[in-house]
Design a binder for this molecule. Structure first.
Ligand SMILES: Cc1cc2nc3c(=O)[nH]c(=O)nc-3n(C[C@H](O)[C@H](O)[C@H](O)COP(=O)(O)OP(=O)(O)OC[C@H]3O[C@@H](n4cnc5c(N)ncnc54)[C@H](O)[C@@H]3O)c2cc1C
Length: 407
């Protein structure tokens, strides 16, 4: 007699939850995704998906579709707010080296592509919106998720992919709030073509207690992020775009043009939060994935990439080992992978938040000395190269020739 296929319940329909649903379904596992929001969509801001993330997307079979709008990145610049650039990382070279590009993408695009791929499985992959998981119970035969309307849903496994404040995480590890990093991010999108932003170019510029990042997320569309130190829980009153233009007055062009071209009503503000690595992500039939397990600040652009990797490893383990062992094996591998990334992202955030002129001078000297030679090499080794495990002859390059002109 053949064993009945597993049914996996997933709390959260963000990038991590959807990627997990897709990876599991591709392994013949039934999935039911419960998303608290009434619409299945992720905000309009951008994401940098490094080559380890695109290799995962390729493995999930959705990279070609993402590449229909997402520009391939060719060069990543780091420098000071004055435009004094101290490191240019030719990330376009990853295509030849690893077979997949680093890309920039609108979150909504990635989200749409993943959700459509899950929905294509119709009968064996349900995505239910407006359904928040509020608790769970487990026993030797299965796990029951409790939804906010009182419904109780039964499955074999429960994955908490419900973000940094996730309910499954709270049920497993308690209600300890995330850590506020001391800085706040404002994000937006401008329709702008500018000679200083050739296709596939990323800039991260550091000022005193402030930063500005920008890159193209579609032809003629620039995603940007302004970061500043401040107190948590604040709100903007008045003209937020004028406030940001004032903050970045005198910064390297074309920052002011980018802000001027941004519709103010589309600017998103958010306190930047993370957690120190946890020693435990699950018990019995329940585990965590993505930001619920390992929130990584944007400083290394790896949060979503790691959620994609989680999804593949979880599916590999569940397809080959009995469920509870599979979850512990998944957690062991992924904790080892993500803990260091959580820490390094947090430390880079501390450096980025420096305000004292002397410390900033030291930061600039240090960055100039180590950024291109050391930091890029370590980042490539520790962040990108991991995903080569998923590059096989049976997993050939996508058809796209990554033809975008480099900077
Ligand atoms: C400013 C900023 C910039 C970033 N830039 C990058 C980048 O360039 N590259 C990169 O790789 N990463 C980046 N990240 C990190 C990335 O956004 C996250 O790591 C990624 O979104 C995590 O996905 P997730 O699905 O785990 O969690 P989330 O995106 O938080 O999704 C969780 C989902 O669960 C739902 N949910 C919550 N509670 C419940 C519940 N009780 N029941 C059901 N559903 C629930 C939510 O509505 C949401 O849809 C950035 C993050 C920030 C803040």
């Amino acid at each position: 007699m053949t064993a009945a296929p597993l049914t996996v319940l997933i709390s959260g329909g963000g990038i991590g939850g959807l990627a997990a649903a897709l990876a599991l379904r591709q392994r013949g596992i039934r999935v039911r995704v419960f998303e608290r929001a009434t619409d299945l969509r992720d905000g309009g801001a951008g994401l940098h998906i490094w080559t380890n993330g695109t290799i995962a997307l390729q493995r999930l079979g959705v990279l070609d579709e993402v590449l229909e709008t997402a520009p391939v990145q060719h060069i990543t610049h780091f420098g000071t707010w004055r435009g004094d650039l101290f490191g240019a990382w030719p990330v376009g070279g990853f295509i030849e080296k690893y077979g997949c590009p680093t890309i920039a993408v609108e979150r909504s695009v990635l989200h749409r592509v993943l959700s459509a791929a899950v929905a294509a499985y119709a009968d064996d992959a349900e995505i239910r919106t407006g359904a928040a998981v509020v608790g769970f119970e487990q026993d030797s035969d299965g796990v029951t998720a409790e939804l906010s309307d009182g419904e109780r849903v039964r499955g074999d496994i429960l994955i908490g992919a419900d973000g940094i404040h996730g309910a499954v995480r709270t049920g497993l590890l308690g209600a300890e709030p995330p850590r506020f990093t001391g800085y706040i991010a404002w994000r937006g999108k401008a329709e702008l073509r500018h000679e200083k932003i050739p296709p596939g170019t990323f800039y991260a510029l550091f000022g005193p207690g402030t930063r500005f990042t920008f890159y193209d997320v579609a032809p003629g569309v620039v995603h940007w992020m302004s970061v500043a130190n401040g107190a948590p829980g604040g709100h903007d009153s008045g003209d937020v775009r004028a406030m940001l233009r004032e903050r970045h007055h005198g910064w390297m062009p074309p920052i002011d043009d980018i802000l001027a071209a941004t519709p103010p009503e589309a600017i998103i503000r958010g306190d930047v939060l993370d957690r120190a690595p946890d020693r435990r992500w699950g018990t019995g039939r329940v585990t965590l994935l993505g930001d619920a397990a390992h929130p990584i600040t944007f400083n290394i652009g790896q949060g979503a990439c790691q959620a994609l990797e989680d999804a593949l490893v979880l599916a590999e383990e569940l397809a080959t080992t009995d469920p509870r062992n599979a979850l512990r094996r998944y957690e062991k591998q992924r904790r080892a992978r993500t803990a260091g990334l959580q820490r390094i992202a947090h430390r880079i955030g501390v450096l980025g938040a420096l305000e004292h002129p002397l410390l900033i001078r030291l930061r600039e000297l240090g960055m100039r000395a180590v950024w291109p030679q050391l930091v890029f090499r370590i980042a490539e080794r520790d962040q990108i190269a991991y995903a080569t495990r998923w590059r096989t002859p049976a997993n050939p390059l996508p058809d796209k020739s990554f033809q975008t002109d480099g900077a």
